[in-house]
Design a protein around this ligand. Structure first.
Ligand code: PEP
Ligand code: MN
Length: 350
């Protein structure tokens, strides 16, 4: 339920509404936008009559949120969420380009890649250290050693780091090192993990599940938001279809659909969406033209010898050419590429 306050409502009137919501056993989410103060009453609201709130002083209108996701819905939060990451923002005018290898493999590999993607215009560095591999016999990641290497790469380049978390037991370790926690496609409905990242105040990149609907993705985002972590970005990374020519099928539709349904930033992963380096730039261009707020792209100095996802990894020079094109498309869209400031900004944002 959303209680929209009158433009001239006093802080006391807002407080009285909040007191009533708490008395009804509901959670309060205050959204003080430029245009209006909206108070969300989240929980079992269906048996509560709207008149109970409509009659309070300072209340303009009371509406039920029709979607099953509440905090994630644009109805509840009409303005875009603009997330500060590291001297730049995601979800506003700037386009974030997150780039790096699928897996951190060695010191030289991650440092070389970090320097190359920074030079090419990336705004953040990615690298997996806990890998969700289909086979238990495949390389599983370097773990904490990989986090230390990423931290060193961040020190050298000023790029914030984006790393996948596989389990809630990794939370304490991960928040010590990373700027953005990536929740992978295979864990999109790991509700214990979603709750755990929802309790942190570290930014989260939530990837769409392999066969998840847009509504399911938004319900998963709701778990994180309900925990009080407002720093959520969504990621379209291709879905499973009958088509086998590419690893997955990019759901380009998902970008404008998500932008319509939610206020959260939307990132596109053209690497996992296509599974093939030859198609990555084309789909990246399409994604930005469709309104995505950023990209996450796999880049490797020697894709032929990558321990994971080499086939879809761009060589640094291909990546640099792609970033140039993305910059031009961003301009047409009235946007610009984000530039990291090396501030490692992690402090609470809500
Ligand atoms: C990855 O980013 O390397 C990854 C495993 O992605 P996804 O969860 O989208 O498959
Ligand atoms: Mn990968």
């Amino acid at each position: 339920m959303m209680i929209i306050m009158k433009a001239n409502a006093t802080p006391q009137q807002v407080e009285a509404v909040i007191t009533r919501i708490k008395a009804d056993g509901l959670n309060v989410h205050l959204s003080q936008g430029v245009e209006a103060t909206i108070i969300g009453a989240i929980g079992e609201t269906h048996s509560i009559p709207l008149e109970r709130y409509e009659s309070l002083d300072g209340v303009e209108v009371v509406q039920r949120i029709t979607q099953p996701y509440k905090l994630a819905s644009r109805q509840f939060h009409p303005e875009n969420t603009i997330l500060p990451i590291d001297g730049f923002t995601v979800g506003g005018e700037e386009i974030a380009v997150i780039a790096g290898p699928c897996s951190v493999e060695s010191r030289s590999q991650i440092i070389e890649t970090a320097l190359a993607v920074k030079e090419a215009g990336a705004s953040a560095l990615r690298g997996g250290v806990f890998k969700p591999r289909t086979s238990p016999y495949s390389f599983q990641g370097l773990g904490e050693e990989g986090l230390e290497l990423l931290a060193e790469a961040r020190e050298k380049t000023g790029l914030p780091i984006v790393v996948e978390i596989m389990s809630q037991v990794q939370i304490d370790l991960m928040v010590k090192y990373v700027d953005v926690l990536q929740v992978g496609a295979r864990n999109m409905q790991n509700f214990n993990l979603l709750r755990a990242v929802g309790e942190t105040r570290t930014a989260v990149l939530l990837k769409r599940g392999l066969s998840a609907t847009i509504e399911e993705l938004l319900m998963s985002a709701e778990y994180i938001l309900a925990g009080g972590n407002q720093r959520v970005m969504l990621c379209e990374r291709g879905i499973r279809t009958f088509e086998t020519a590419t690893r997955n099928t990019t759901d380009i539709n998902a970008i404008p659909v998500l932008k319509n349904l939610t206020h959260l930033p939307v990132i596109l992963d053209p690497s996992h969406a296509t599974g093939h380096a030859d198609y990555v730039a084309a789909i990246a261009r399409a994604g930005i033209a469709a309104g995505a707020d950023g990209l996450i792209v796999e880049v490797h100095p020697d894709p032929a010898h990558a321990v994971s996802d080499g086939k879809q990894s761009l060589k640094p020079e291909k990546f640099a050419a792609m970033v140039k094109q993305i910059g031009q498309i961003a301009q047409i869209m009235g946007r610009k590429l984000a530039v990291a400031q090396g501030e490692y900004m992690k402090q609470g944002w809500a």
